[in-house]
Design a protein around this ligand. Structure first.
Ligand SMILES: C[S@@+](CC[C@H](N)C(=O)[O-])C[C@H]1O[C@@H](n2cnc3c(N)ncnc32)[C@H](O)[C@@H]1O
Length: 196
């Protein structure tokens, strides 16, 4: 069992250091979904300091597991320390890799895939998430509205690729007949796709 007091310390420290962990409202929303479904396996794309993975682990069913992927070495180190400090190293595995490259090597099916890493790669993550899920699984993506840029008239150069990819992501989950998707204006925008 994770220690909620320790999780609160991780949350405060992450905020102090500008680590982009899930917003409180987004976490609350996702945790409600997880609490209802009690998944056995979660694949997380983007670990940061392990905050969301630790929170999600509260809703796993008996014997459940989380694999979480992170590219930044310093983040991986902190996440592993946080997970160890909560005695969850047998439940949460932190993989140090580019998420897409690692996803391509997996071939098991997950109950939940949570996408929360490089916005420009969301379409690639979705392709792999489709392959790594089965009927009844869900794919959740955070930051899909990217501070209002995705549904607004964003034309600036700086984030153009990320914005375009997120628009493609939303179009794809709406049009793909294998998915039943909904977009929520919560936090930075959350897309939830049920695999039919
Ligand atoms: C929004 S943060 C994750 C927050 C975390 N899910 C939480 O709420 O506690 C996104 C993370 O994705 C990582 N990241 C960015 N590009 C990545 C990639 N190509 N592969 C794996 N991780 C990546 C970043 O280093 C960052 O730590």
């Amino acid at each position: 069992m994770v220690d909620n007091n320790k999780i609160e310390v991780i949350r405060l420290k992450a905020r102090e250091n500008y680590v982009p962990i899930l917003q409180d409202v987004s976490l609350e929303f996702i945790e409600k979904i997880l609490e209802e479904r009690k998944p056995k396996t979660i694949l997380e794309v983007g670990t940061a300091v392990g905050y969301s993975a630790l929170c999600f682990s509260r809703h796993l069913s008996e014997g459940g597991k989380i694999i979480t992927i992170e590219l930044n070495e310093e983040m991986v180190k902190i996440a592993r320390e946080n997970i160890k400090d909560n005695a969850m190293e047998n439940v949460i595995e932190v993989v140090h890799s580019d998420a897409y490259e690692y996803m391509k090597t997996l071939d098991e099916k997950f109950d939940v895939v949570f996408i929360d890493a490089a916005k420009g790669q969301y379409m690639k993550y979705l392709d792999e998430a489709m392959r790594l899920t089965k009927s009844g699984s869900i794919i959740i993506a955070d930051n899909v509205l990217f501070k209002g840029r995705v549904l607004g008239e964003y034309n600036e150069h700086k984030h153009r690729t990320a914005v375009n990819r997120l628009r493609e992501y939303l179009k794809r989950i709406e049009e793909d007949e294998r998915l039943d998707s909904a977009l929520y204006d919560i936090g930075d925008g959350i897309a939830v796709s049920y695999v039919k």
